[in-house]
Design a protein. Structure first.
Length: 279
């Protein structure tokens, strides 16, 4: 267990100079969660024996809607396939992520209703539920819950990783690359490996809790009430680690423009081709 000064350092890294919660119930698991950071630089070591099985066991221990287990995982370690995955992160706005090809493993987390659909047909049923938005959402949430459990487990055994939402930029190509059946799509990828100690990552600051925590009812707050404090934490982090000077507000504005999608505007068509009618 870490001492109080180390815990204070965890909170300062997570919130900067914003108001931090003062009544955290501390234990080793909470400390590990607060210390999470995205890792994009890895050593050349392959995943340790048993690491993938450990990650999947943890992922399968996550909650799953109606006990239907509507997710799957494709683990990629072949260099040629990883290089192709790196290419698929490229888009009009971004140049792609070379670290994807360099990571020991890339995990592709899949919202997968193909098993449910096949079982229903085999049982003589009519799987009309797969035509609706809720089915798509249910499988996507299952995949996300499983993946987060998996990443926490990876970190617990000394690995690190980062989510790759950019793989949705070319959803159809990706589905073809790994041979997905109908009623399945990759929600996101995850590069995983042993963090390179010579290229360490850092804990990114988050907005103060009163921005995201609402008690009893949602309370709409004017942005100007809280944005300055978070911008200060955001800019201090970027300055400390030599990152390009920009504001968080600018990042948000860019993320709402069409250029940011880099191919994701075609996702609905790809989903419909894969069986999700999204009614």
């Amino acid at each position: 267990m870490t001492d109080s000064s180390q815990r204070d350092a965890l909170l300062e890294a997570r919130y900067g100079q914003q108001a931090a919660p003062v009544n955290i119930i501390w234990n080793e698991q909470i400390e590990a969660l607060l210390a999470h950071r995205s890792v994009r630089a890895f050593t050349d070591e392959p995943l340790p024996d048993g690491a993938l099985e450990t990650v999947v066991a943890a992922a399968q221990s996550a909650s799953t809607s109606s006990n239907l287990h509507q997710w799957s995982l494709v683990a990629v370690s072949d260099p040629e396939t990883k290089a192709e995955l790196a290419r698929l992160t490229h888009g009009a706005e971004f140049t792609g992520f070379d670290f994807v090809a360099q990571a020991p493993s890339v995990l592709l987390w899949i919202a997968d209703m193909s098993r449910s659909h096949a079982i229903s047909v085999e049982q003589g049923g009519k799987p009309v539920v797969t035509d609706y938005v809720d089915a798509f959402l249910m499988a996507s949430v299952d995949a996300a819950l499983a993946a987060q459990n998996g990443l926490v487990a990876a970190e617990a055994i000394g690995l690190g990783g980062v989510y790759l939402g950019s793989l949705r930029n070319h959803a159809k190509e990706l589905s073809d690359l790994i041979g997905l059946p109908a009623y399945a799509y990759v929600v996101f990828g995850m590069a995983v490996g042993t963090p390179d100690p010579h290229r360490p990552s850092a804990v990114h600051p988050r907005p103060a809790q009163d921005v995201v925590l609402h008690r009893e009812r949602y309370r709409t707050r004017p942005v100007e009430e809280w944005i300055e404090d978070y911008e200060t934490a955001f800019k201090a982090f970027r300055a400390e680690y030599g990152l390009r000077d920009k504001t968080w507000s600018h990042s948000v504005a860019v993320s709402t423009g069409l250029d940011y999608m880099d191919g994701r505007e075609n996702l609905r068509r790809t989903l419909e081709e894969r069986g999700y009618l999204l009614r």
